[in-house]
Unconditional design. Sequence first.
Length: 448
Amino acid sequence: METIALILAAGQGTRMKSQLPKVLHPLMGVPLVHYSVETAVKVTGNQPYVVIGHGAEQVVQALGEEVHFITQEQQLGTGHAVLQAEQALMKFEGQVLVISADMPLLRVETLAALVQTQAVNPGPVSLLTVSGVESRGFGRIIRNEQGSITAIVEEAQATLRELAVQEYNVGAYCINARWLWAALKKVKKSPKGEYYLTDIVQIAVEEGLPVQVSAVAEPVEALGINTRQHLAEAEAAMRTRINTHWMLNGVTMIDPSRVYIEPGVKMEQDCTIWPDTYIKGKTEIGTGCEIGPNTIIESCKIGKDCRILASVLESAVLEDQVEMGPFCRLRKGAHLASHVHMGNFGEVKDSYLGEGTKMGHFSYIGNAQIAGDVNIGAGTITCNYDGVSKHTTIIEEGVFIGSDTMLVAPVKIGKGATTGAGAVVNRDVAPGEVVVGVPARPIKKVKS
Ligand code: UD1
Ligand code: CA
């Protein structure tokens, strides 16, 4: 049977104490709501509907075209939130998977099992439960003497006996669409003044229809986020989940508790990640790389067998067997071809370094096109900015740049040329020429 997901994301999230809507707080660098959207798409194969209210504009902006939106003007409870989807889903005859945007750890397999439970349930609703965890304000699953479910009671309304129950409502439901809308209209206002979605369980039971449950596989999946403390707990759980995934796929982690890998990252087999390493954004890393310790990589494409030690890389491309660090910084647009060696304290921005080029110590390379087999001496600087605009430096193959050379752009150094230590090069240098001094001028090559 076809399933459509409805994601509840209209609540204020008061306990986050934040200007930012709760569902947009980042978890491993990604706004919370994205996790439920992605999971929902995988489970149902359909574009989900998201109920928005508090901070609606920002949520719409964050999700864009990915989903359908339903507005809940006033946040009158989870039952009221679901009822807002009636118009949009009136003609839909399959099952509706209702989840909350504040539960990012629910796995595809778990929700698929819930959908499957409902697919074979003769009754109109199945729900996800968790046991053996701290209550954290969960609704209690109430069963009769035969063990059948009769109701869900919210913690605030529970009697002492009900409070003692340790089977909890996770807040994920799979419901027959043809039954749902009429049932929601029967829900009465709670003493708190809200319409509780959980009341549909009792409504089904009163109609003599069975309610089924499916339990989460790992209790951690039921971790909902209401406070920033919960957010940190979820972050730790997600980090463990991601790192475990990579270790099972052939990545070595010396100390996984000190490795942070965002969900958009891809790595190939036989990489080794040392502690205190952060790999973020849409980074891709080829096979056999050794990364860290103390490294931050964001949105980079890295080839195979690279070695990156204690460095910071952002929006850069590294081909194969590049060696760098410690203390290198690659900024946007840096592209290092295969076998480039970059030693300590180098910065590269918007530049290409050709195959086998070496840049051992203390250099800044910006807006440069550097061919292969170039030696960039210690302390070399491309003076690329004149206070108004950026200018390009071109260095051809096999050039030897002496230590402490200032390359005043725009400037071109011809193939096989040499600059002397301390040269300030403000004019183009012909191929094979040797220039020295301030400003640099050609001298005869000393025959050796
Ligand atoms: C809910 C359940 C509780 C369950 C718990 C699991 C109800 C009445 N209770 O309680 O049984 O154990 O989840 O975490 O459903 N929302 C709206 N519009 C509203 C109110 C809420 O969109 O008017 C959204 C919130 O943004 C949130 C979700 O619904 O994503 C759940 O709401 P929340 O207030 O957090 O419910 P809980 O008190 O956690
Ligand atoms: Ca909640």
